[in-house]
Design a protein around this ligand. Structure first.
Ligand SMILES: Cc1ncc(COP(=O)(O)O)c(C=O)c1O
Length: 466
């Protein structure tokens, strides 16, 4: 039974019926994702059917050249704009979005640094052979052994997040006979998310030191001979589409930066990450060139106002480097037309992955989009909901999009823009193995992180009989 649901009353207001439900909007898809003349999705010259035949589903497919181009584009834009105002910029890739040895090498190769926030992420970066001087280390509750390892391995900057960490990092520096460069994370009271930002005296969250207390903590840092104060740090949120929240945070931080500069030079200012990307055709990614220009203008104006040198500005993008590069391929298993409130049909298309490979829709109500990967179709678009295979009704991957109405079991469904916080937040819920990550470049595909097998999952269970 084919029930027409194009223009469905169940569709959210932002979702338009596409003129072509096979189209791959360039704002959402990785740079080398195209439809072949036969109608199949190809990424960097590798057909979806070939990827599925070789690696199975689900599989994360990373467009390697896309990651490198985005990393390079961000670095070049910030370097250019800060050179214009007589300073320089440093870009740290926020590894929490997705870190593997290959990805660490790609971004380092493009001139970025890497920000890690656990001993595990540090281990990956070191295993990739990254010069520790190019690493930053974050975290609101770093373990003593993590601090020791970070200091001992020569990490370039540790972001101190609480008063007690001043002593902890200083002790580690003394143990290792190092002068450890540090930043101080500030709770600026600015929180931004998508198009809105909220400014309070102090944001109600766990990270950083309130602005009002920060000068005293910097004095504690400066009193430690083993610590070298690089500057202040702020990260105001994620998936931000407007620059005004960053501007407000920069203004607030700069007043303190200037006050501290009157005592001793403060070479850097770190404004964090959070630059928004397009997950659906209704989103417009934050334009990096314009963002870099506005950061440079704001910081230069604040420096002039306070009569201090323009500091080197550091940023920490994660999602905007890796997010758009990756597409997850799934196999469609079952389809149900569900009559909602007796009025309209929602087509539930269930696939062979779910919240274990992408928790963001369940965790943040994040929206994604979907296309058929194995074929194009002229069938009327139908409103679909892509559901996973987990035992949770909230196990949804794409809450609403239109697919050709003849979608059927065995089709390959492709969900774009899954590179950030997809694999990184994946779990083994229901004993599903985490899928492999496959990099595609110039017509060739290779595994950069292998998928987990049942043996991997069982191998940690102490009850297994040898
Ligand atoms: C301190 C810090 N820096 C950078 C990032 C990266 O944010 P995004 O991936 O949205 O750019 C995060 C994300 O949570 C963060 O907490």
């Amino acid at each position: 039974m084919h029930i027409e649901s194009a223009g469905s009353p169940l569709a959210p207001s932002w979702l338009a019926v596409p003129d072509d439900a096979n189209a791959l909007p360039s704002s959402v898809w990785s740079q080398h994702a195209v439809r072949s003349p036969a109608g199949e999705l190809e990424i960097a010259g590798v057909a979806a059917s070939a990827l599925v035949a070789q690696f199975g589903t689900p599989v994360y497919v990373v467009d390697e050249a896309d990651v490198k181009a985005r990393a390079r584009g961000i670095r070049e834009a910030f370097e250019r704009e800060f050179a214009r105002v007589g300073s320089a910029a440093k870009v740290y890739y926020a590894g929490k979005a997705f870190l593997s040895i290959e990805v660490a090498r790609w971004v380092i190769g493009e001139g970025l640094n890497i920000d890690v926030c656990s001993g595990g992420e540090l281990a990956v970066a070191l295993a990739a052979g990254v010069d520790p001087a190019r690493l930053g280390f974050h975290g609101n509750n770093k373990g003593l052994s993590e601090i020791d390892r970070a200091v001992g391995s020569g990490v370039g900057a540790i972001v101190i997040d609480s008063v007690v960490e001043v002593e902890r990092v200083a002790e580690a520096a003394a143990r290792h006979g190092r002068i450890q460069p540090v930043r101080l994370r500030i709770n600026s009271g600015v929180h931004a998310s998508t198009h809105e930002y909220l400014a309070t005296a102090r944001e109600d969250q766990k990270f950083g030191i309130p602005l009002a207390d920060a000068a005293a903590v910097v004095a504690l840092i400066r009193a430690q001979p083993g610590l070298d104060f690089l500057g202040l740090h702020s990260h105001i949120g994620s998936q931000i589409f407007e620059s005004d929240g960053f501007a407000e945070a920069a203004r607030r931080l700069f007043a303190l930066h200037a006050e501290l500069s009157a005592i001793a030079p403060v070479p850097e200012l770190n404004l964090g990450g959070g630059f928004g990307i397009a997950y659906t055709s209704a989103d417009e990614a934050l334009a990096i060139g314009a963002l870099a220009a506005s950061f440079a203008d704001i910081v230069a104006a604040a420096a002039a106002e306070h009569d201090v040198p323009v500091p080197v500005v550091a940023i920490e993008p994660g999602r905007s480097v890796i997010g758009p590069s990756t597409t997850t391929l799934y196999t469609v298993g079952t389809i149900k037309d569900v009559l909602v409130d007796g009025t309209a049909v929602r087509k539930y298309v269930s696939v062979d992955g779910g919240m274990s490979d992408n928790i963001r829709p369940a965790l943040y109500a994040a929206d994604y989009s979907v296309r058929l990967a194995n074929r194009a179709s002229d069938a009327e678009p139908a409103l679909v909901r892509i559901a996973g295979k987990h035992c949770e009704s909230g196990d949804i991957l794409v809450r609403a999009d239109y697919l050709p109405g003849d979608v059927r079991p065995g089709d390959i469904a492709a969900v774009p823009a899954t590179g950030a916080y997809g694999w990184a937040m994946a779990s083994n819920y229901n004993y599903l193995g985490r899928p492999p990550v496959v990099a595609v470049l110039d017509g060739a595909a290779r595994v950069i992180v292998r998928g987990e097998t049942e043996n991997d999952l069982l191998s940690r269970d102490a009850g297994v009989r040898k």
